[in-house]
Design a protein around this ligand. Sequence first.
Ligand SMILES: Nc1nc2c(c(=O)[nH]1)N[C@H]1C(S)=C(S)[C@@H](COP(=O)(O)OP(=O)(O)OC[C@H]3O[C@@H](n4cnc5c(=O)[nH]c(N)nc54)[C@H](O)[C@@H]3O)O[C@H]1N2
Ligand SMILES: Nc1nc2c(c(=O)[nH]1)N[C@H]1C(S)=C(S)[C@@H](COP(=O)(O)OP(=O)(O)OC[C@H]3O[C@@H](n4cnc5c(=O)[nH]c(N)nc54)[C@H](O)[C@@H]3O)O[C@H]1N2
Ligand code: SF4
Ligand SMILES: [Mo]
Length: 745
Amino acid sequence: MWSILAPSDKSQGAVGHAGPRRAADTARTTAPPGAAMTTTEDRPATTTVRGACPHDCPDTCAMLVTVEDGRATAVRGDPEHPFTRGALCVKVNDYVDRVYSPKRVLHPLRRTGPKGSGEFTRVSWDEALDEIAGRFRESIERHGAETVMPVSYLGTEGVLNGLNVGDPFFNRLGATVTERTYCDSGACTAYTMTIGATAGVDPESLVHSRYIVVWACNVVSTNLHLWPVIAEAQRRGAKVVVIDPVRHQTAARADWHIPIRPGSDGALALALAHVIIGEGLTDEAYVRDHTVGFEEFAERVRQYTPEWAEGETGIPAEDIRTLAREYATSQPSMIRIGVAVERHAGGGQTVRTIACLPALVGAWRRVGGGLLQLPLWAFPVNWGALMHPELITPGTRVVNQYLLGQALTGELGLDPPVTALVVYNSNPLVVCPEQDKVAAGLAREDLFTVVSDQFLTDTARYADLVLPATTQLEQLDVMFSWGHLYVSLNTPAVAPLGEAVPNTELFRRLAARMGFTEPCFSRTDEEMVAEAFDWSAPQMAGITVESLRRTGWARLNLPSRDEYAPHAEGGFPTPSGKTELRSSLAEQAGNFVVPLFRQGSTEHQPGGTVDPLPHHVASREPADQRHPLYLISPKSHAYLNSSAGDMPAQQRVQGEQTVLLHPRDAAERGLADGQDVRVCNDRGSFVARLRVTDAVVSGVAVCPMGTWRRNSRAQATVNAVTPPGFADLGNAPTFSDTRVQVEPA
Ligand SMILES: Nc1nc2c(c(=O)[nH]1)N[C@H]1C(S)=C(S)[C@@H](COP(=O)(O)OP(=O)(O)OC[C@H]3O[C@@H](n4cnc5c(=O)[nH]c(N)nc54)[C@H](O)[C@@H]3O)O[C@H]1N2
Ligand SMILES: Nc1nc2c(c(=O)[nH]1)N[C@H]1C(S)=C(S)[C@@H](COP(=O)(O)OP(=O)(O)OC[C@H]3O[C@@H](n4cnc5c(=O)[nH]c(N)nc54)[C@H](O)[C@@H]3O)O[C@H]1N2
Ligand code: SF4
Ligand SMILES: [Mo]
């Protein structure tokens, strides 16, 4: 039954337990001494090169790449890395097949057929760059530079080639600034308001937790290498609770699965606070010393009774009381939030409320207690040197790329309109809501579209020019992690295939063609590595580029997982230095997007008033007779977002696009397991294979995201029905605030 979200895959269970750890970095040296970072010459016939998985995944695995006579022949997880523990996942353990896939784009391509047809002819880099520069200049002359819009996300997560690699170029050009809030933006705003942009706990310290609440996260699929840590805690006696509308393979391994109605987590969190305070389960000293606003907070949550929350969540009031009591009294207790909690109208307040809970019960006091979400903030990344926000022309408009469909079809009323689009590190036709609008926009004859990718994605098929991008084995990069505390250096294992270039090189070439002379446009990759982090920060003590060249990775210089309790004595990076149950930032600044997702000044921040106390926000899309079912679209097990969605091995594991329904909902509609169904609402529809299972809460349809349109039955995937609205904080998406009907196809 659990194979529904984890189809027939044995490899995912292969992560072992940490073996003995070697202290000496030199014990891990495999690259020949003196091997240059960027050249692949002068290596013996068979070598092992140290790399790091490039994916937007919390695990950031340390990879060992076997290279024979200049060709990569295998990748494997580094057995010495305490988090990777020698195993990659089903998405990556055949990465070599991705690198050498016959589907790779290896040369610049110019469109010859209609947009979307996928008909292209090979052109030279010179021709491609000339055409881009010429078309940009034409468009800019006619409409002004804001007519150019970049779209990028986290196809690769490396500091060099990832989220910000194109920012200096587009800032200097004067292009529309895009806000990138797909993932965790609502949570980051909520944390900033509540506990500050803290790195939170060390994920490895969860072995010391006595109570672990996995709240909307399918760890075994999406954060695989955390599972052995949780399982170890479980063996040591911790209770593991999963709060999720789906009894997936992570829920199946928990001690207690609490099924919940999508979008109602805020109600649950408020009721937990109600019980904790009402029953006197708070850690009074911690609350007194390390929180602000307790009295008002207590007054606020008085109205949110478990009985009320039962109506919202579908969880029996008595279970809510039990959860509150156990969570408060089993110290140290830990909450691991997944992205799904932020993906509805009240997602921001939901995370705000959850972030208050550890302080109420004093969970931060001990190693293994607190909240786990984004250890990324522990890395001293030099964001400014990456983005160069000072190159933005003041007043330049900001458009959220979540609204791409509306931006391209004119619905947003942009003046000037977008007439030139550059996509890299992203596949918006699959990952963006309002898929039909995105497709209609991309089909515009007057839109000049450039896509840089490794593959001819659904989006790339609409491009006028496709530019070939290297894979991680062909490029230098340095990596932070949002799931552990190790920095890693990815040394290129092989020379770039064909004429593929790293994103860094792509933007050097574009900048040169546009005549940009600022020093940041001629930085080499090695120079960018040197700028990527503040190497003199205390966390980096003992770590240098040189040492990473030898070791591949290193733990940040922080206390060990057995000692690290970052907020035992408070010290939250909020204005008051405390957990702000009543948020001064919410009161003063209103709503905002953190700089990671939106570069530049505070201009055009969403703003508005935000109640400084946590509160309940109802779903935006209420049920109606035509669309009575909630739809959620969690991550696929075998794809990484849409990456690998066209790879045969992963397709075999994932199977075709599927929608899950509870037997009652299927029966009501006369639908049978295995039949093709249409999932629809007023925004669009898609066709999927029906799986009838009581693993999902009744009233909910579940369709994993990541399938490509062209590999689906009706050329449409789950984002054909998802809405464009923002959640209450951080302009987070509202993928989960979606209602649909399911009917025979
Ligand atoms: N295999 C795989 N791993 C991945 C990725 C991938 O695409 N595939 N993507 C990576 C990325 S970019 C990210 S952001 C992370 C995300 O990883 P997760 O945080 O795990 O995110 P999701 O898979 O979206 O959702 C997790 C769970 O939330 C549940 N859920 C949905 N709506 C609700 C709700 O309203 N309330 C509650 N309580 N639960 C709900 C879903 O059923 C699902 O089990 O995974 C990363 N890892
Ligand atoms: N319905 C629904 N929609 C979602 C989500 C959901 O849960 N449900 N999740 C959202 C989340 S959390 C996220 S993070 C986003 C993810 O959105 P994206 O980051 O856009 O994810 P991918 O679809 O994997 O697209 C990445 C693309 O970058 C390409 N790529 C990889 N490496 C490189 C490189 O080095 N250079 C270049 N030029 N290209 C490269 C890959 O081949 C791939 O086509 O999707 C969001 N969309
Ligand atoms: S996708 Fe995640 S789990 Fe898989 S190899 Fe990469 S970092 Fe590790
Ligand atoms: Mo994400």
